[in-house]
Write a protein that binds this ligand. Structure first.
Ligand SMILES: NC(=O)c1ccc[n+]([C@@H]2O[C@H](COP(=O)([O-])OP(=O)(O)OC[C@H]3O[C@@H](n4cnc5c(N)ncnc54)[C@H](OP(=O)(O)O)[C@@H]3O)[C@@H](O)[C@H]2O)c1
Length: 222
């Protein structure tokens, strides 16, 4: 029988993160929904799933969450995201810093906290929710803080991949344009459709890819 895997999804109280948590729960994983507001994560959690207070912009919150998790996470999905408006010349510096906290430093702190446990168990899947707006190949055309911090998350993915061996994998993905608070009402995809590629990456078999950037389960250029 396959071992029971535990997955942590950040920003799982709504949007793509919630659809991801629900899909992983349906597949039989033990799912922990990270939420900036614990009550919202609790309310969203499917029966049997856990909720965890986790604010990616607050290093203290991340440290408390890591202490509570005690290394017991096999699948980390860095989904939480913010998309502040503004270009390089005008967006407030603190807004840029906050985007980097949520998209780069928070995920890095979680990875550093959870990789030792994955290494000791010889299994780990790390999935970073990026965006076409974070892709050099697609022109980095989104708002400044968003595009540049997602490009940094992509860089983290590729750099980390060279240090992961055996059944440890890290990949980034773009969910497409998805109907959520971030994506807006005009987006063509449902959160469930947006969750398809990250769920696939979170449950890859041992011979699956690592160090890639994917959309619709196909590799795309960084
Ligand atoms: N929607 C799209 O079209 C699209 C396209 C490309 C990539 N993406 C990426 O997909 C991911 C999910 O996006 P979405 O569309 O589902 O966005 P969303 O509906 O706006 O949800 C964002 C989630 O991130 C959480 N979050 C924001 N700041 C946080 C923080 N400091 N700490 C913890 N959680 C925080 C939010 O929590 P609160 O409820 O507390 O705010 C919410 O749960 C993001 O990384 C986004 O960049 C989305």
């Amino acid at each position: 029988m396959a071992p029971l895997r535990t997955a942590l999804v950040t920003g799982a109280n709504r949007g793509i993160g919630l659809a991801l948590a629900q899909a992983l729960h349906r597949q039989g994983l033990r799912v922990i929904l990270g939420g900036r507001e614990l009550a919202e994560a609790r309310a969203a959690a499917p029966p049997g799933a856990q909720a965890l207070a986790l604010d990616l912009a607050d290093p203290g919150s991340i440290a408390r969450a890591l202490a509570e998790l005690d290394g017991a996470v096999d699948v980390l999905v860095n989904n939480a995201g913010v998309c502040p408006e503004g270009d390089a010349e005008t967006v407030a510096m603190e807004v840029v810093r906050a985007a980097f906290e949520v998209h780069l430093f928070g995920p890095l702190a979680l990875i550093r906290g959870l990789l030792p446990g994955m290494r000791s168990r010889g299994y780990g899947r790390i999935v970073n929710l990026s965006s076409g707006w974070g892709s050099f190949a697609e022109g980095l055309t989104g708002p400044f803080a968003y595009s540049v911090s997602k490009a940094a998350l992509d860089a983290l993915t590729l750099n980390l991949a060279k240090d992961l061996h055996g059944d440890l994998k890290v990949n980034a993905c773009c969910p497409g344009w998805v109907r959520t608070r971030m994506g807006g009402d005009g987006a063509p995809r449902t959160p469930e459709q947006g969750a398809d590629t990250p769920v696939w990456l979170a449950t890859l078999p041992a011979d699956g890819p690592s160090g890639g950037f994917f959309r619709d389960r196909k590799r795309i250029a960084w």
